[in-house]
Each structure stands twice: as C-alpha cells, then as structure tokens.
Design a protein around this ligand. Structure first.
Ligand code: ATP
Ligand code: MG
Length: 329
C-alpha cells in the first residue's frame, strides 16, 4: 500500500517551537510522499480542563498554522476530529480491546494525571490512547509522524491492531510511528531535561511570540557550566537542545551544527540560534495572520471533514461487520 499518513495536534494551548520542529515543518515534504489526513485533535483536548473559548480559538489557530506551514487543503484532508463522528463511534467499539493495565502504564497518563490529583482525573485522560488508536485505524494509516512523546501510543495502537486482527481476520492496517531524525524532542528552555509542551508553559517558545520575546527567551535559556558549544545531552542538556533547534531549522546534522559553532562563546551562539528561529518563524507567522484574517480555514476544514468522513465511515462499517454489529442502514 502507498503511504497513508495521519498526524494531529491537540488544541490544548498555544503551539510551541517543539510542535513546529516536530511536526509542522515536515508537513510539505510529507504531502509529497503520500496521502495525508491531518487533523485537530479537539476531542483529545477535552481530557484536560479547558475553557470553551480557549478550545475554540486554539482549534482555529492550529488549522491556520497547518495552512501556514504549507498544507494544501485540496491535496490533503485537513479536519477537526469532532467533525467526523466515526472517531467517537469507533472509540465505543475499540475501548473493549485495550486493557486497563496497558493504559495505566502510559507515560503521558502518569505525567498528566499526577497534576490532576486534586481536581479529579477524568476517564477521558485514562482512555486517551483508545481514541488515538481510533484516529489512526479509521484511515488505514500506515505512517504516523510524531515527536518522541507519542511513540508509546502508536506502539499501543499496534498491539490493538494485532489483537483485533488475530481475533477477526485482517481488518485493520498496521501503523508505524515515524520520528524526525533531528528534533523529535525539543526540550524546555528553562528546564532542558523536560520536553517543551504547550500545556506546560514554562520554558516554551510560542509560535505567536513577538520577535523580541523570542530573542529574550533564547538569550536567557538555561545553559550549563563550561564554555564550549558541544553536543552532550548528559552534561550539557541546555546547549544540546539549542544545537538541535539550530540543526533542525537549518536542515543540517548535529555534527555540522557543532562544527559551525566550535569557536563560539555561549552568548554569540545563543544570538545566532535566536536569529535562526526568528528568520524561520517571522514569515511563517505572517502567513498565519493572513489566513486568520481571511478565515480560509473554514472552507478547508469543511472539505476536509467531508473527505475524511467517507473513508472513516467505510472503515467503521468494516469493523462493525467484523465484530457482528448488525447494520440496518
Ligand atoms: P500537550 O502538552 O498538550 O501534550 P504538546 O506540545 O505535547 O502538548 P501535542 O498536541 O501532544 O503537543 O502533540 C502534537 C505533535 O507535536 C505530536 O506529534 C508531538 O509528538 C509533537 N511534539 C510535541 N512536543 C514536542 C517537542 N517538544 N518536540 C518535538 N515534537 C513535539
Ligand atoms: Mg503531548
């Protein structure tokens, strides 16, 4: 089968440089490689407390950022997860084929639920990987581009596919996680041992940040003692993170980036990294602002949901038939 690519972002917060390097930046290349289903995972965003207006604004933002990254809505299906009801329907079926034990071992659940002890942990947060597995299998997707943090969930989807296919025959397509060679895990600027995450704003660079704010954030990024610009994740996590950011934006290897900065002091190094980030994000942000102003995302999302629904409903019917749900319509 040709490549069928699926990728999504949750509208839980402002998009970060991590989301850009891990996913957005690679989309144009992906579009040329295969058939793409690209969505805004708005149902997933409900797994953490969020204000209605924020959820809505974030969803519009992500759609616009996808388009600003160069997605052609004619060539790909760009849609909102909640606009394609097959996701929720498939979820109702598939939740019976993943086990409480495996779900409780997911790193994302452990990390996010730890912060929610007081408010109570919603069932949706626990069951998140079930819905994510449905997102993937509905489109017979075989290639799932993700940052490193989501690899575990794709692995779980693979277990589900195996389990389901063994029981019912060859019904579901086996997916595979694909992470970028450089930049699969951009770290926080204030704590470079932690992932940069949009729902955890400390140490983030936001795609909507003003240029001078970006410069300031990078200039004050936590670095390490010593003075040599060297890639050493153990001993120099801050410097290594900045090297990764630079290398992925310039499309060069970490070795090449290291070589480029070998005679630099930390201050000058940071200045140049900041400039590289600004040079990349400035035109990107301009395109985003134009899309927001023209509201061209509305048509794109409508078309996308229609395209996605056709395929998703086909898969859903195949699964219904397999498990023995009688279809009277
Ligand atoms: P949240 O805190 O809500 O989980 P997030 O920043 O982790 O937000 P997601 O919506 O979970 O974003 O993920 C969207 C995509 O961005 C996924 O493919 C994910 O792997 C990727 N991604 C997220 N953070 C990073 C990062 N720091 N570096 C590289 N890729 C990332
Ligand atoms: Mg995440």
């Amino acid at each position: 089968m040709a490549e069928r690519i699926l990728t999504g972002i949750k509208p839980t917060g402002q998009l970060t440089l991590g989301n850009y390097i891990g996913v957005l930046k690679n989309l144009p290349k992906m579009m040329d490689r295969g058939e793409c289903f690209i969505f805004i995972a708005d149902l997933h965003a409900l797994t953490l407390p969020i204000e209605p207006k924020v959820l809505k604004d974030n969803s519009i933002d992500i759609a616009s950022f996808y388009l600003a990254a160069g997605l052609d809505p004619k060539q790909v299906a760009l849609f909102l997860q909640s606009d394609v009801s097959a996701h929720a329907e498939m979820n109702a079926i598939m939740q019976n084929y993943l086990y409480m034990g495996e779900l409780s071992r997911m790193t994302q659940f452990k990390e996010k639920s730890a912060k929610m002890k007081e408010s109570g942990i919603g069932l949706g947060l626990f069951a998140y990987p079930v819905l994510m597995a449905c997102d993937i299998i509905l489109y017979d997707a075989n290639t799932i581009p993700v940052g490193e943090d989501q690899v575990q969930h794709v692995e779980l989807t693979r277990n589900l596919v195996n389990r389901f296919n063994q029981r019912y025959g060859n019904i579901l397509q086996m997916p595979k996680a694909v992470t970028p060679k450089v930049g699969a895990r951009i770290m926080s600027l204030s704590d470079p041992t932690k992932k940069m995450s949009k729902s955890d704003p400390k140490g983030d660079i936001y795609l909507k940040d003003d240029i001078e704010v970006i410069r300031k954030k990078i200039m004050s990024a936590v670095t390490d003692s010593g003075s040599e610009v060297k890639y050493d994740v153990e001993n120099k996590p801050g410097i290594s993170n900045l090297l990764i950011i630079y290398a992925s934006l310039k499309d060069i290897s970490i070795k090449e980036a290291e070589q480029h900065f070998k005679d630099y002091r930390y201050g000058d190094f940071k200045k140049e990294v900041a400039q590289a980030v600004i040079d990349e994000l400035e035109p990107f942000k301009k395109r985003y602002e134009k899309i927001i102003a023209s509201q061209s995302y509305v048509e794109a999302l409508k078309d996308g949901a229609a395209k996605a629904s056709i395929l998703a409903n086909k898969t859903l019917n195949r699964v219904k038939d397999a498990v023995g749900l009688f279809r009277a319509k």
